[in-house]
Design a protein around this ligand. Structure first.
Ligand SMILES: CCCCCCCC/C=C\CCCCCCCC(=O)OC[C@H](COP(=O)(O)O[C@@H]1[C@H](O)[C@H](OP(=O)(O)O)[C@@H](O)[C@H](O)[C@H]1O)OC(=O)CCCCCCC/C=C\CCCCCCCC
Ligand SMILES: Nc1ccn([C@@H]2O[C@H](COP(=O)(O)O)[C@@H](O)[C@H]2O)c(=O)n1
Ligand SMILES: [Mg+2]
Ligand SMILES: [Mg+2]
Length: 220
């Protein structure tokens, strides 16, 4: 949903910055790599220590690089298969950093194995949600579904509620419960999305196999 509705807005806002980086000789790949490194650093340095506010601030500064790199590639006319591969692969790395950092907190000083498990579920289910689309497309299906919770939703819900829950350290009472709420919501949303995508791939592959059978007398 965010991908559909917010992308145009962010494209407009980030285009001058992307143009500025191109004028300075920065490449889209550099932005992809530095953005991922920044997200990983923010998540793995701050979250395991329970520094949710500052971790989220650092991650937020870098996570928008995922919208800038593609914008730069399109402006410069250098969009490539390699760039698409690098962008998507490093998305998975960044997501692992965010949910891994939260799992490390709950496995350590946060001392809550149930929430540690939920964070690991968010990590794993997010990766599988993305994989369903990549694998479905790789076997030639359109995978005509995005589902309830795409990557942008997973990140926005987690980062906004995690950042807010970090304000508890600055004396805002009661707000620390927002992080568990975010994790449960992302876990449930990812499960629904996974089911939506698997059902779609099953339907599309049955249709494609039936069409192939009708045309050539054989399936896949
Ligand atoms: C006082 C409190 C302080 C707290 C501070 C916290 C502030 C935190 C605020 C905001 C966080 C913003 C997070 C921004 C998230 C950026 C999202 C992003 O990177 O999206 C990338 C996404 C997808 O891009 P791609 O096409 O490159 O990626 C594809 C995707 O990964 C697919 O995965 P799948 O979905 O299938 O699982 C892969 O399949 C595919 O391979 C891959 O290519 O881009 C978008 O979706 C574009 C839309 C981005 C929308 C960002 C919206 C930010 C909106 C609101 C911020 C709200 C701020 C409010 C702060 C309020 C705090 C009180
Ligand atoms: N280093 C890169 C990064 C991205 N691309 C191209 O942009 C597309 C992704 O666009 P986003 O707005 O989602 O970042 C990607 O599929 C590539 O075509 C690139 O070429 N090099
Ligand atoms: Mg990108
Ligand atoms: Mg990306």
């Amino acid at each position: 949903m965010l991908n559909k509705y917010a992308r145009a807005f962010f494209t407009r806002v980030l285009t001058p910055f992307a143009a500025f980086l191109l004028r300075k000789g920065v490449s889209p790949d550099t932005v992809t790599l530095i953005g991922t490194a920044g997200v990983m650093a923010g998540a793995l340095v701050f979250y395991p220590r329970g520094e949710f506010f500052w971790g989220t601030v650092v991650i937020t500064l870098f996570v928008f690089s995922d919208l800038v790199d593609g914008n730069m590639a399109r402006q410069a006319g250098v969009s490539s298969r390699w760039g698409a591969f690098l962008d998507s692969t490093l998305d998975r790395v960044a997501d692992a950093g965010v949910f891994g950092g939260l799992a490390m907190w709950y496995a350590g000083k946060g001392d809550n194995l149930a929430l540690c498990a939920v964070a690991i579920f968010c990590l794993a289910s997010g990766q599988v949600v993305s994989y369903t689309k990549a694998r479905g497309e790789a076997i030639g299906l359109p995978v005509n579904v995005n589902g309830l919770v795409e990557r942008a939703e997973r990140l926005v819900v987690t980062l906004v509620l995690c950042g807010l829950s970090g304000l508890n350290k600055f004396g805002v009472p009661g707000i620390q419960y927002l992080l568990p709420i975010a994790l449960w919501a992302v876990a449930a949303g990812s499960l629904v999305t996974l089911i939506q995508r698997v059902v779609t791939v099953r339907r599309e592959s049955a249709e494609a196999d039936a069409a192939a059978l009708a045309e050539h007398g054989s399936g896949a």
